[in-house]
Design a protein around this ligand. Structure first.
Ligand code: PLP
Length: 470
């Protein structure tokens, strides 16, 4: 039997070689997969054989079977959803995290990876201009970051009215009124659903999808008068949570935080901000004005796997007051002693056993530095502006949003947008997804990849021109 170390060499070398081949091919590869899921299953082998296979053979066969079904999400001309590329250092750090095999739950048990994660969390709070004392943790994505933050919110607003959800649950608890802009992301809905808080009350937004402060003030006042929660007779406003957004997925616009946070706090509400990609505007001196006042909120959710170009599994939750976060998340037992100082990772996020998923973010931040992060964010926004300019130059194309950040929404007079998206897919050079926004069929160009340079923008506009002419 080979030594433990030797046993790893061949499969890891194979994986490194195959990863290099993939990464080399991505920029020029057709973006869409060439086969569907059934063909990939056939290639993988549908039956679990009785006999196992050699590790290296499995790695090689896995790559060969899956590769035709891969979509080139890291392509500099992939503009679907909000999908970041992967930078070299965080990718390599991700491999190390897996190799080290640390369970990152407790800071004193796995100090190596917890040190890197805690620094990365502190740096992010600093870059995003969040208040001193804010505690951040690493989640799988912004969806779970929203969940964790809103669990802290739920605990805090109930505690203020003398109810402890950690002990008594939420059945029979005072009703919590939850508000969100009518263009909030569906991950906020799912987080609220998991927490038993139901659908939020939608608040009207303007033509860029930004919450209207007057509508928020009216909604907070009306729902109180309507007797939804506290009846106002005691002068209390009842528990309330307001969900704001940094970065609308159609327009890139952010809610007017300065006004909205003040209105919400005036009404005694907790303010949570879903800033999956848009919060990163705060890291740029040129774009920070887009999220002015966001630091006044109580909690934030964001992603490193979008704007920061870290591999997936890199969400971030941040809460200004760690007490309700810890109350909502804490998990300890005689065999899981709490840290003597600091806040354990298991007290910041959902998981107990967890990979050190924050380490790749440390590597990304360390490679970029403060100015590199700002340049990355500025570069994405500049590419979005260039795409919008290029699209406006094409016959019959209208850009519907004010392109202030990284999102571009294009409408095509009298044409079938889904057909345009399919033709673009077949053309293979660029990918954008159809959507509907404010009653119009649109094609969304979402710029989140560090590799989207002037050449990528030109090739994209050429592809759209070809498709429209074809
Ligand atoms: C992507 C996104 C989310 C969800 O983030 P995941 O990392 O995919 O869980 C939430 N809100 C907004 C605005 C987003 O763009």
């Amino acid at each position: 039997m080979p030594g433990l170390a030797d046993e790893f060499h061949r499969p890891l070398d194979a994986a490194a070689r195959l990863a290099r081949e993939w990464l080399d091919a991505v920029p020029e590869r057709r973006i869409a997969p060439t086969v569907g899921i059934d063909a990939v299953k056939d290639a993988l082998g549908r039956e679990l054989a009785d006999e196992g296979l050699d590790a290296t053979a499995v790695v090689e066969a896995l790559s060969a079977a899956v590769e035709p079904g891969l979509i080139a999400m890291q392509s500099p001309r992939f503009f679907g959803w909000v999908i970041g590329g992967t930078a070299p250092a965080p990718l390599a750090a991700d491999w190390l995290v897996t190799s080290w095999d640390q369970n990152a739950a407790l800071r004193e048990v796995t100090p190596g990876v917890n040190a890197a994660e805690e620094l990365a969390a502190e740096w992010i709070c600093d870059l995003l201009g969040l208040p001193g004392g804010t505690v951040a943790g690493f989640t799988t994505g912004a969806t779970t970051a929203n969940l964790v933050a809103l669990a802290a919110a739920r605990h805090a607003v109930l505690e203020r009215v003398g109810w402890d959800d950690a002990v008594d649950g939420i059945q029979g608890a005072p009703r919590i009124r939850v508000f969100a802009g009518d263009e909030h992301h569906p991950s906020v809905d799912v987080a609220l659903r998991w927490l038993g808080l139901g659908r939020p009350i939608d608040v009207a937004s303007d033509d860029q999808g930004r919450i209207l402060p007057s509508a928020l003030a009216a909604a907070l006042g009306e729902s109180r008068a309507g007797g939804g929660g506290g009846d106002g007779a005691d002068g209390g406003d009842g528990p309330a949570i307001v969900c704001l957004q940094a970065g609308n997925i159609h327009s890139g616009a952010s809610d007017p935080f300065e006004e909205c946070v003040a209105i919400a706090h005036e009404a005694g509400a907790w303010v949570h901000v879903d800033g999956a990609f848009g919060l990163w505007a705060a890291a740029s001196g040129r774009l920070r004005h887009l999220v002015a006042g966001v630091d006044q909120a109580d909690s934030w959710a964001t992603d490193a796997h979008k704007t920061l170009n870290v591999p997936y599994d890199a969400g971030i939750v941040a809460v200004a007051d760690p007490a309700p976060l810890v109350a909502a998340m804490t998990m300890h037992a005689a065999y899981l002693p709490a840290a003597e100082t600091g806040v354990d990772a298991s007290d910041r996020v959902l998981e107990l056993s967890r990979r050190a998923r924050g380490v790749p973010t440390y590597a990304a931040l360390r490679t970029l530095g403060r100015s590199g992060v700002a340049a990355l964010v500025d570069g994405l926004a500049a590419s979005a502006t260039a795409i919008a300019d290029g699209l406006r130059g094409l016959d019959g194309v209208e850009v519907l949003n004010d392109v202030v950040f990284t999102q571009v929404c294009a409408a095509f007079a009298g044409r079938d947008v889904a057909a345009i998206a399919r033709a673009l897919d077949d053309d293979g050079i660029a990918l954008a997804h159809p959507s509907t926004w404010r009653g119009r069929d649109v094609l969304r160009f979402s710029v989140s990849n560090r590799g989207t340079d002037a050449a990528a923008v030109d090739a994209t506009i050429d592809a759209v021109r070809r498709v429209l002419a074809g």
